[in-house]
Design a protein around this ligand. Structure first.
Ligand SMILES: [Zn+2]
Length: 174
């Protein structure tokens, strides 16, 4: 129901597409509306969930829920936040847990945050390689590289998009 999406997002331009829940491709029956953006009208994000997962994803708390007739697969997230806010969300939800890199400790300088996370991942991949193993983090490194370069050039939109790919990869790690 595109009309409802436009209404809930206050006709904002989509800021990014994420996967909140990998592995379920059932059509959504619920549209979970996130909190209001802090800089104007419209929801910060919208999450689509199938009946089996409608109560899942506590990290994405609902401000309201709406019925949906399969407009997106389960787990899809439409982002309407700024690139900086999306990067912070990636840190909160998985990046800091995975790498130990805390944006606060680096003054929220995203080029430094991503660079340091990249180094941590590279060290782990090399460690696994030394033990004769293929690390599943290898796939993430290529995408992290794109995120690092984009952030270094000040293009946080591309960095946030790259992190959305990494987020999906991170969900397949365990
Ligand atoms: Zn589902």
């Amino acid at each position: 129901m595109p009309h409802l999406i436009q209404q809930l997002s206050a006709n904002r331009v989509l800021g990014g597409l994420r996967t909140g829940l990998a592995g379920c491709t059932l059509p959504a029956a619920t549209l979970r509306e996130g909190p209001a953006r802090d800089d104007g009208p419209g929801a910060a994000w919208l999450v689509f969930l199938c009946p089996d997962h409608s109560e899942d994803l506590p990290a994405w708390p609902a401000a309201a829920s709406h019925p949906d007739d399969g407009s997106m697969p389960c787990g899809s997230v439409l982002e309407y936040r700024t690139a900086e806010q999306q990067l912070q969300s990636h840190a909160d939800l998985w990046l800091t847990t995975l790498t130990g890199v805390d944006p606060r400790a680096l003054g929220y300088v995203w080029s430094d945050v991503l660079d340091q996370a990249d180094r941590v991942l590279l060290a782990r991949v090399e460690e696994a390689g030394a033990d004769g193993e293929d690390s599943p983090l290898q796939n993430m490194l290529a995408v992290m590289g794109v995120a690092c370069r984009a952030a270094a050039e000040g293009d946080l939109e591309v960095a946030a998009t790259s992190m959305a790919h990494c987020e999906t990869l991170a969900q397949s790690l365990t």
